[in-house]
Design a protein around this ligand. Structure first.
Ligand code: BTN
Length: 314
């Protein structure tokens, strides 16, 4: 969408405008205007085509730049914003392109949505939030796990603002009623001890119904299913981007300890869990997080920390 499209939206929102007026305003033909209107209609905008001209009657339901960017009060996250109606994976795009810090790539659907450990991420069109952001924090790699916790915490906070009671499953999933509602895939580009680029990919089941989650309905849920009403994806997304930015800067300024925040809202705390790391399975009681962001399991009388692996209930 270029500046002419944006202006057409703005002008026709206010009042009915004839093709002729638009055509002389932009210095392009009436056919060119009509083609642009058609293109905008494909993007979900609805216009009435009256004898007197065009009038915008319904804005697009998509997470388009024009629907999101003007409403995010951030200086970094979303400063550059790239929208796709469909893409293989927003993480792949973010990794393969040279993008500035803070760029947000969002898609209405993904054909190859990726989860951790080579799993796929179901990306039902128009129902969820599937996006990645590029970050280049000046932190040491041994701080990375601790740093990565700001993302599940940001998702947690945003879901909480919907009056729901999420829990954070270490290291970076969000659960509601013991089912997964959001997952995060952080991919790193590290050279030596320098972090060149971090791609943080976040997937959230927002308005998915049971059929959308059919394959995984026993282990997954959505905000809609938990709340019993549709969620305004745009409002939710704007809040989430703002929370990410707030937490990112607070972390860099040493004003936020994400370990504390995750620990306070940790799923399965004091319960019997197992952790699968490679093909090793270790059982213990989940006690909390250590000061690097790893989890502490009580195994017999000992406390042991783990820094990777998949946690589940025994
Ligand atoms: C997981 O739970 O295993 C992580 C899921 C991450 C999914 C998101 S959706 C947006 C971004 N693009 C991807 O391909 N994956 C992440």
């Amino acid at each position: 969408m270029d500046n002419i499209d944006k202006k057409i939206i703005q002008l026709t929102k206010e009042k009915t405008i004839s093709g002729e007026t638009l055509s002389s305003f932009f210095g392009i033909s009436r056919t060119a205007i009509w083609k642009r209107i058609k293109k905008l209609e494909k993007l979900g905008y609805k216009f009435s085509h009256l004898k007197e001209g065009y009038k915008l009657i319904l804005t697009s339901p998509y997470l388009l730049e024009t629907e999101i960017k003007p409403f995010i009060k951030t200086r970094l996250i979303g400063k550059e914003y790239i929208f796709f109606e469909e893409i293989d994976s927003t993480n792949i795009y973010a990794k393969e392109n040279n993008l500035n810090e803070g760029t947000v790539i969002v898609a209405e659907t993904q054909t190859k949505g990726k989860g951790r450990k080579g799993r796929k991420w179901i990306s039902t069109k128009g129902k969820g939030l599937y996006f990645s952001t590029v970050l280049k924090p000046e932190i040491n790699i041994n701080q990375l796990l601790r740093f990565s916790l700001i993302f599940p915490y940001s998702v947690y906070e945003t879901i909480k603002q919907e009056n729901l009671t999420p829990k954070i499953k270490w290291p970076n999933d969000i659960y509601l009623s013991n089912r997964k509602v959001s997952g995060i895939l952080m991919e790193t580009d590290i050279e030596g001890s320098e972090i060149k680029k971090l791609v943080v990919g976040i997937g959230i089941n927002v308005n998915h119904n049971i059929e959308d989650l059919n394959e995984i309905k026993d282990i997954a849920t959505s905000l809609f299913l938990e709340k019993g009403q549709n969620i305004d994806r745009k409002r939710f997304f704007i809040r989430l981007l703002q929370n990410i930015e707030k937490n990112y800067f607070q972390f860099l300024e040493n004003k936020l300890n994400p370990i504390e925040k995750v620990e306070e809202n940790l799923l399965w705390k004091d319960e019997e869990v197992k952790i699968l790391d490679g093909n090793k399975e270790i059982k213990g009681i989940l006690k909390g997080l250590d000061n690097q962001g790893g989890i502490i399991l009580q195994i017999g009388n000992n406390l042991e920390s783990f820094y990777s692996g998949d946690l589940s209930l025994r």
